[in-house]
Write a protein that binds this ligand. Structure first.
Ligand code: BMA
Length: 309
């Protein structure tokens, strides 16, 4: 393991997507979901417009580095009366999970009552159908597992993280993506450390031989502001509410200037990771709420860190 403590190697030309790559006016682009679709890398970008409202726009790439961004937004705040109030201030921080061949998108719905988790689906990245608002307010960072476990959909969320309250990671189960229950705490933030303010799931769980690999972010307050860093855990394959390993400390934090300086300094915020055939993990992450960067790591290195090997 390298002495600099991070198993991730940043792409040398980061950031890979910034405001100047967006073909229409906006304030910033960050926190993008990622998946493979029809042999292309697909990112679902969070774009904040000039009024401060976020929407989601698709970008595609053949090599995972050079992306062509769609000319128009794809998912914008809904006008459907069942959703309008809850998305009025924006749709944010998407994650994409493929389950049984369908692509599900979890996102933060932000409106006057607060933030809550929305779930929708697409087959073709053209039509998008909303399924549910899965939680009540003060809940974000929703990631869905790529398989049903014992017949149920499994969702990780982070209730109670706003206003300096708690901010732990929870796990819930559902037969239909609408009704959620059997909720329990998966990980608690611990006072004093790098994630003492709150935690949140970052990327949808990846199935490995050693368990579900979940990247998460940990937040620590400082006299100046908050610092967002990344750690990883392994969850039991059959009982995903059980931790089987976790990195002993964060494995990546803001270091480069593009991670330290921007609308919100000292933030790295992954929402998507892709496992390549050679077992390289390619992580896409928002930097300083201003642009998107990419870093790679070997799956084996992350698993070893989780298992303290
Ligand atoms: C979180 C989310 C993220 C953002 C981060 C840092 O609460 O809003 O979208 O990147 O704060 O501002």
């Amino acid at each position: 393991m390298k002495l600099n403590r991070s198993p991730f190697e940043r792409f040398y030309k980061n950031p890979i997507i910034q405001r100047s790559d967006i073909p229409y006016s906006c304030n910033s682009v960050f926190n993008a979901a990622a998946c493979m679709y029809k042999n292309e890398y697909l990112l679902l970008l969070r774009i904040e417009d000039l009024e401060g409202i976020s929407h989601l726009t698709i970008a595609r790439s053949k090599d995972g580095i050079t992306f062509i961004v769609d000319k128009q937004p794809w998912i914008t705040p809904s006008h459907d009366p069942n959703y309008e109030l809850y998305e009025r201030y924006g749709v944010e921080d998407p994650r994409i999970t493929q389950v049984d061949g369908t692509y599900y998108i979890t996102y933060t719905a932000f409106g006057p009552p607060g933030v809550r988790i929305g779930i929708g689906k697409t087959e073709d990245f053209k039509e998008f159908e909303r399924i549910s608002l899965a939680t009540e307010v003060d809940n974000k960072d929703g990631v869905l597992f790529p398989e049903r476990i014992n017949g149920e959909y499994v969702l990780i969320t982070r209730p109670g993280g706003l206003g300096g309250q708690r901010g732990d990671i929870w796990i819930s189960f559902s037969p239909d993506l609408i009704h959620w229950g059997k909720s329990r705490v998966l990980m608690s933030h611990t006072p004093g450390g790098w994630s003492s303010a709150k935690l949140g799931a970052s990327t949808p769980p990846l199935k490995t031989e050693k368990g579900w690999l979940l990247f998460y972010h940990g937040v620590r307050g400082s006299g100046y502001g908050r610092i967002y860093r990344v750690g990883a855990v392994l969850l039991d394959l059959d009982k995903p509410y059980l931790l089987v390993g976790s990195t002993p400390h964060f494995i990546m934090g803001p270091e480069e200037l593009y991670e330290r300086i921007g609308d919100v300094p000292n933030v790295i915020f992954p929402c998507g990771v892709i496992l390549e055939e050679d077992d390289t993990l390619r992580m896409y992450y928002g930097v300083a709420d201003t642009a998107i960067a990419m870093a790679t790591a070997k799956l084996e290195d992350i698993i070893k860190l989780c298992l303290h090997q």
